[in-house]
Design a protein around this ligand. Structure first.
Ligand SMILES: *Cc1c(COP(=O)(O)O)cnc(C)c1O
Length: 374
């Protein structure tokens, strides 16, 4: 027998880990630093690590009260009703819940290109179709109302990413409002704020709650994750915040116990660990500025914990920096064969990354870089 027709489906290309790369190259893992997956260079919130150890002996029970407590804590943080918090197995899990709640077979979703691969993957899993709006490199990958609306054709879900992965650009709330306003009543605008903590822009939660001068709307949802600023990528914890009008759909679409006991306990500890988040944001700000100033290539301004760098032949450059111990993300899989994405590391990691990338650009790609800059 065979699974259903999966010919339109593509496997997610995750950034490869240090162990994997070291094994493949026959080298010692300690020779490498990984700046390829936008992970937190300071590790998890220390309070979360303690909570995980303490919760270890209670994992024989289903996570009932921890789930309730975390939804309440997140609701408190955003000043929304707990029913509006759709906890999930990572931000990716929350995307799946929105797909489940919204998509009928053959509904379209509209996604940015370049952009985050999982929007389209999730839509296909849920029997939807994927359409793209093209972000222009010459316009610094801006997700303007014009760009989105000219591609829009009654799509059921429209994804915006702010800050955008992989470019680091952001979308103003007034633009999100205009996009929501000018798309149909049955089109949901999802604002993916996976990197929201790192950015100097307000959350789109203001749009669904009718705050800061915006009128309340029921056609915008916001996506958030504990993977980036809180350093809990390995735990898989994220959520959507949805308008109160249809928040009760969660009970009918969520996988029972959507987030694990360990994830919920860690989330509860991390959400109050302001010191760890502050330190993380400070590191990202310093690192992205340093890379913009010191990399000998075009670096886009970024509000995330990463920067996009124009290097010419991204595959050759990423391979060579890896050879020299610095693992970065080749953006060919994002549809940007001329760019790499470098995660903001600690000061020492950032210094090493800049030095290595500059040396590699000098050695392997001077001619292809000229092409990319033209
Ligand atoms: C990392 C990321 C997510 C969510 O990741 P999870 O680890 O599943 O929480 C969502 N959107 C974008 C753009 C991301 O980069």
């Amino acid at each position: 027998m065979q699974p259903r027709d999966l010919s339109d489906h593509v496997a997610y290309e995750a950034g490869r880990g240090i162990e994997e790369v070291a094994r493949e190259l026959g080298r010692d893992p300690s020779e490498f630093i990984k700046l390829a997956s936008n992970e937190n260079p300071h590790g998890p919130s220390p309070a979360a690590a303690v909570a995980i150890r303490e919760a270890a002996s209670s994992v024989s029970s289903y996570p009932k009260s921890a789930h309730t407590d975390l939804s309440a804590a997140i609701a408190d943080r955003w000043d929304v009703d707990p029913s509006q918090v759709w906890l999930a197995n990572g931000g990716d899990g929350a995307i799946d819940y929105l797909s489940r709640a919204m998509l009928e077979p053959d509904d379209d979703v509209l996604v940015p290109s370049p952009g985050f691969a999982y929007y389209g993957m999730s839509a296909r899993f849920h029997h939807g179709d994927v359409r793209e709006y093209e972000l222009e490199r010459a316009e610094d990958f801006a997700q303007t109302p014009e760009t989105v609306l000219s591609a829009y054709d009654d799509d059921r879900i429209v994804y915006l990413t702010s800050p955008h992965n992989p470019s680091g650009s952001t979308v103003d709330l007034a633009d999100v409002e205009r996009i929501a306003e000018e798309t149909g009543d049955d089109s949901l605008v999802v604002v993916d704020e996976a990197y929201g903590e790192f950015a100097d822009v307000d959350s789109a939660v203001a749009l669904l709650e009718g705050r800061d001068g915006f009128e309340a709307r029921d056609d915008v949802a916001v996506l958030r994750t504990f993977s980036k600023a809180y350093g809990l990528a390995g735990l898989r914890l994220g959520y959507a915040i949805v308008p109160e009008e249809w928040a009760d759909a969660y009970a009918r679409v969520n996988t029972p116990f959507a987030a694990s006991e360990l994830a919920c306990r860690a989330g509860l500890a991390a959400i109050d660990d302001d010191e760890h988040v502050e330190r993380t944001l400070e590191t990202a700000r310093t690192s992205r500025e340093y890379m913009r100033e010191h990399l000998d290539a075009h670096v886009w301004p970024s509000e995330g914990n990463f920067v996009l760098v124009a290097v010419g032949d991204a595959t050759a450059v990423a391979e060579e920096t890896r050879e020299r111990g610095v693992i970065v993300r080749d953006c060919s899989s994002f549809g940007l064969p001329g760019c790499i994405r470098v995660t903001c590391g600690t000061e020492a990691e950032t210094d090493r990354a800049v030095e290595t990338i500059n040396a590699v650009l000098e050695d392997v790609a001077p001619e292809s870089r000229e092409v990319s800059e033209a």
